[in-house]
Design a protein. Structure first.
Length: 219
């Protein structure tokens, strides 16, 4: 937990602080137990017993067993969506989205970085988790697109917010993949630099063109 999150926790009502602590305990236990025993081999009953909460308490916090497993990723995108909602956009929106993602990642802290690396490695061991993570990210993309359309006062059916939303998550995947594969080497600064590099590659990629084929050349 970062210093900022601790301060934020104390500003919440006692009931909300207790719920947040339970959520974190369940997510930490889920990541540990799923990694040690396997996702499919670990039941919700075993998980709630380890944290000493009820099954109903678990499902009041997480909609599914898979959700507890990808909590680190959910923290990232929940923070991103909240920050996007607060941000007054100006200039190139792609640049704003890139800068915002870097700022959010920096604020999550080293503890989150370790949990995210472990989470992504866990996800790769389970087809169910891979499918759930993909579905979750599609929901995130839609929420990003909706926020952009509202902030930019774009008409219904305008594809640009959806394109930007999917570009954002694609840039994140490209940046995070090699970083996770390397065990998070370099910490958050390296990840943030990779995010910026991935976003910079987007307009450059759109300008790529193949050399003209000489007349009569074979296909």
């Amino acid at each position: 937990m970062t210093a900022d999150s601790s301060t934020s926790d104390r500003s919440l009502p006692l009931r909300e602080r207790k719920k947040l602590r339970t959520r974190r305990a369940l997510a930490d236990a889920a990541l540990r137990m799923f990694t040690e025993r396997g996702f499919e081999a670990t039941t919700v009953e075993e998980l709630v017993d380890a944290v000493e909460v009820s099954r109903s308490s678990f499902f009041r916090i997480f909609p599914a067993k898979e959700a507890a497993a990808i909590e680190a990723e959910a923290e990232l995108w929940s923070a991103y969506l909240a920050a996007l909602e607060r941000r007054a956009l100006s200039g190139l929106v792609l640049t704003e989205l890139s800068d915002l993602l870097g700022e959010v990642v920096t604020g999550l802290g080293a503890d989150w970085a370790d949990r995210y690396v472990a989470t992504r490695r866990l996800v790769l061991t389970s087809p169910a988790l891979l499918a759930y993570a993909a579905h979750y990210r599609a929901e995130v993309e839609q929420r990003i697109a909706d926020r952009l359309a509202g902030k930019l006062a774009l008409p219904a059916g305008d594809l640009r917010p959806q394109v930007l939303a999917e570009v954002t998550t694609t840039a994140w995947r490209l940046a995070a993949r090699a970083w996770v594969h390397g065990g998070g080497q370099g910490g958050l600064p390296t990840l943030v630099e990779r995010v910026a590099r991935a976003f910079r590659a987007i307009p450059a990629s759109l300008e790529l063109s193949a050399p003209e084929r000489p007349a009569g050349a074979e296909l």
